[in-house]
Design a binder for this molecule. Structure first.
Ligand SMILES: NC(=O)c1ccc[n+]([C@@H]2O[C@H](COP(=O)([O-])OP(=O)(O)OC[C@H]3O[C@@H](n4cnc5c(N)ncnc54)[C@H](O)[C@@H]3O)[C@@H](O)[C@H]2O)c1
Length: 274
């Protein structure tokens, strides 16, 4: 799946152990030119320069169309075009407080009774990011390009502990199908991946909350909390890696998938069919 000369922009790809950086490594291994964007200025350059390909690091808020317009323009200035957008930015977390969004991850764990601000923040982190970044990228992307949206298994059924996150990710699944139809005339394909359970900063935060709130986890390390959840829920056994997600993103973006659009595939070891 050689993607030589293809230009790929990945949002939220700064953290070295995050899914976005894993996706970036998979595209770099196929010789694509890679643009790493993130809110966190301290990590984008290092992650970009660690890739074995031509790469660029840019600070950009994926939920801001103006910021993403600028990132797309800089991408085209540097590499001459844009072929692939991966909408990976999402979840919540400390870096988001830098842009003054309401941010209280603990509120998200409530079954009901979240504040309006926490609900709005989750929708902004996890749904507007995809809409704003896709709007900016689609306006200038080469015809025949590809958009890959990262949703979650939380989109595929009830997400009782994470209602706003689940609703936002279900919105990403829906947007995938709408954008696939809107962009089909330009042969731009839009597809979605629903990751299962990956040990990234997002799960470190979730496991910390679970340890604090559920007595069965009180004496475990947060890594043990995560491993217990993986063991209970994953038919194939074991957690997923960022590269498991990146490999499907590369396939979606390649000519092997030239007749695939509007599709949603879970990379979750079978969790969603259990
Ligand atoms: N980790 C999992 O188990 C899991 C499961 C299902 C889906 N996902 C999804 O995968 C994606 C990546 O998750 P992760 O686990 O690597 O998360 P993470 O928190 O480890 O990393 C997310 C990265 O995105 C950046 N980011 C967040 N909001 C941003 C914004 N508005 N603009 C630019 N950058 C932004 C953060 O700074 C961080 O570098 C998310 O969309 C998440 O919902 C993760």
């Amino acid at each position: 799946m050689n993607l030589e000369n293809k230009v790929v922009l990945i949002t939220g790809a700064g953290l070295p152990n995050g899914i976005g950086a894993g996706i970036a490594r998979c595209f770099a291994n196929e010789k694509a030119k890679v643009v790493v964007t993130d809110l966190d200025a301290s990590i984008v350059d290092e992650t970009a320069t660690s890739l074995p390909t031509d790469a660029l690091g840019l600070v950009a808020d994926a939920a801001s169309q103006a910021a993403m317009d600028e990132a797309v323009d800089k991408t085209i200035d540097k590499f001459g075009g844009l072929d692939v957008l991966v909408n990976n930015a999402g979840v919540g977390g400390p870096t988001l407080s830098q842009v003054n969004y309401a941010n209280d991850p603990e509120e998200e764990v409530a079954l009901f009774g979240m504040s309006d601000a926490a609900w709005d923040a989750q929708l902004m982190f996890n749904l507007r990011t995809t809409f704003s970044s896709s709007s900016a990228a689609a306006a200038k992307m080469n015809d025949g390009g590809s958009i890959v949206n990262i949703a979650s298994i939380a989109a595929l059924g009830p997400a009782t502990g994470l209602p706003a996150y689940g609703a936002a990710k279900a919105g990403v699944v829906h947007l995938t199908k709408t954008h696939a139809m809107q962009l089909a005339a330009r042969r731009i394909r839009v597809n979605c991946i629903c990751p299962g359970l990956l040990w990234t900063r997002a799960w470190e935060m979730l496991a910390t909350n679970m340890k604090a709130q559920q007595t069965e986890f009180a004496n475990m390390s947060i890594r043990q909390v995560f491993e217990t959840v993986v063991a209970r829920s994953t038919p194939l056994g074991g957690e997923q890696t960022p590269e498991d997600i990146g490999n499907l993103a590369v396939f979606y973006a390649s000519d092997w998938a030239r007749m695939i659009t509007g599709q949603v595939v879970a990379v979750d070891g079978g969790i969603s069919v259990k």
